[in-house]
Structure formats: structure tokens, C-alpha cells
Design a protein around this ligand. Structure first.
Ligand code: SF4
Ligand code: SF4
Length: 252
């Protein structure tokens, strides 16, 4: 069970991106060379050098343009599908600390990035093309262990980001939701029941943000258990097929 949680009240975000910079500073991640693509979203995507990213979406609404901003990073699932998939091939490649924080280790270089990325409902894991190491947000586990809050949350100047014990964050999220609904009746919480450590308060419909939320796949364990008898069936069919062929040839 995750001990801590973060709340992202998206209705307050100004896309200043202080959180992106603080993340890079604390984790000593290099800047990335980018080109002007006609958007303020920069860099274009998450990577092993960018653990958190403000995603921009421009909405045309009754002749007016508005922007919606979405802070993307690992949600630190309480029962992480990435870890479950990794455990099936390289034990210890993805681990969870005592606070429930999900951490990628050196052993991730032995994993198949496609498999791990496909398992993540939020499309978060990325791989260094040279070292093959995988990377993502660490929830600043080192800071938390030393009584500090995650770097991105510490620097947010607008009150978009809050960190604390999970039960307190959930209470705060529900209280804020009531307030935000007065201005934005469609506002709702995301992640409060999905067993993740990053809870979002979104004030517009989900489709009006740039985010990835895939339907959860059946667990790797369940899929593997399902595939075993299926594999036996396929092998059996192949065997029967060869018998049929043999008997066919014997008929001739
Ligand atoms: S620091 Fe806060 S307000 Fe600025 S982009 Fe990040 S979440 Fe938004
Ligand atoms: S958000 Fe993705 S990478 Fe992060 S813990 Fe969940 S499954 Fe793993």
C-alpha cells in the first residue's frame, strides 16, 4: 500500500514548468536538444532524461482558444503492472520500497522495453538507446527517505501540487473537488480509486487533455496462466494435425 500520495489540481496549473526543471536539477538529468515544433510543450515527450513533462493541449471553444496542461509522470501504482511483468523475467529489475514507491534498477537493461511499456497503463517507461537502462520518475524516493517532499512538488508556485500521507491527500482532493466544481461542473478526480499514488483533479473532460490512460490489461500472471493451457491446446492441435496428415497419407 502506498504510504504517500500526490495531488495534481490541474485547474491551478499555469504550465510554468518549474516542476520539470526541479526534477532535472535534483536527478541531475541533462537538457535535451529540441526543435521548434509550433508548441510550447518541450521536450516533446518523456525520456530517460525527462522524468516529468507538462503536456499541452489547445482547445477551440466557442471561438475562444484555451490551453489545458497535464503534468505527466509515473503514477507509482500500488500494484504496479510494470513490476509484475518484470518479475516474470528478471526478478529485482523493478522494485517497490517500503513507502510503495516503484523504482527501476540497473537490471532493467535486461528487460524488453516494449513489454514493460505495453504493461504500463500510462505509457511511462522509457529506455536509454545506448545503455539499455530504463528510466522514469522515482517520486524522489531519496528525498522522501530523508524527510523532504519531492522536488517538483516543493517548487510548484501555484498550489497545483501537494504531497502527504495518502489518506490526507484523498481528503484534500475531495474537498478541493467540491470547490472546483462550483466553477467547472464537469470536474472530477482521477486515480483516487485506481490504486495509484498520483491523484489528479481535472476540471475539463478527459479528452481535452493530452494524456495516455489505457484500459488495464489482465495481470501478467493471469495472462501467463491462460496462455499455458492454450499453448498445450495449440501443441495438441499440431500433434493431431500431424496424425491426420499421416492417416490421410495412409488412406492414399
Ligand atoms: S510547477 Fe506547478 S504550476 Fe508550474 S507547471 Fe509544474 S505543476 Fe504546473
Ligand atoms: S505508472 Fe507505469 S511505470 Fe509507473 S508504476 Fe505504474 S505501471 Fe509502472
Amino acid at each position: 500500500m502506498g504510504k504517500y500520495a500526490a495531488l495534481v489540481d490541474v485547474s491551478r496549473c499555469t504550465a510554468c514548468r518549474a516542476c520539470q526543471i526541479a526534477c532535472k536539477q535534483w536527478n541531475e538529468l541533462p537538457a535535451e536538444k529540441t526543435v521548434n515544433r509550433g508548441t510550447y510543450q518541450n521536450p516533446p515527450d518523456l525520456s530517460v532524461a525527462t522524468y516529468t513533462l507538462i503536456r499541452f493541449k489547445e482547445i477551440s471553444d466557442k471561438g475562444e482558444i484555451r490551453w489545458n496542461f497535464f503534468k505527466d509522470q509515473c503514477r507509482h501504482c500500488l500494484e504496479p503492472p510494470c513490476k509484475e511483468a518484470a518479475d516474470g523475467t528478471v526478478k529485482g529489475a523493478i522494485v517497490q520500497d517500503k513507502n510503495g514507491t516503484v523504482l527501476f534498477t540497473e537490471k532493467t537493461r535486461l528487460l524488453d522495453i516494449k513489454e514493460i511499456r505495453d504493461e504500463c497503463p500510462y505509457d511511462i517507461p522509457r529506455q536509454d538507446p545506448n545503455t539499455k537502462l530504463m528510466g522514469k520518475c522515482t517520486f524522489c524516493a531519496d528525498r522522501i527517505a530523508n524527510g523532504m517532499i519531492p522536488a517538483c512538488i516543493k517548487v510548484c508556485p501555484t498550489g497545483t501540487l501537494t504531497f502527504g500521507p495518502r489518506d490526507k491527500i484523498l481528503k484534500m482532493a475531495n474537498k478541493r473537488l467540491k470547490d472546483v466544481k462550483k466553477r467547472f461542473p464537469l470536474a472530477r478526480l482521477m486515480g483516487d480509486e485506481e490504486e495509484v499514488s498520483w491523484i489528479y483533479l481535472i476540471h475539463q473532460p478527459e479528452a481535452e487533455f493530452q494524456m495516455t490512460v489505457r484500459a488495464k490489461r489482465p495481470s501478467t500472471v493471469a495472462r501467463r496462466a491462460f496462455m499455458k493451457p492454450l499453448g498445450a491446446l495449440v501443441a495438441g492441435t499440431a500433434f493431431l494435425g500431424s496424425v491426420t496428415t499421416d492417416s490421410d497419407s495412409s488412406i492414399e
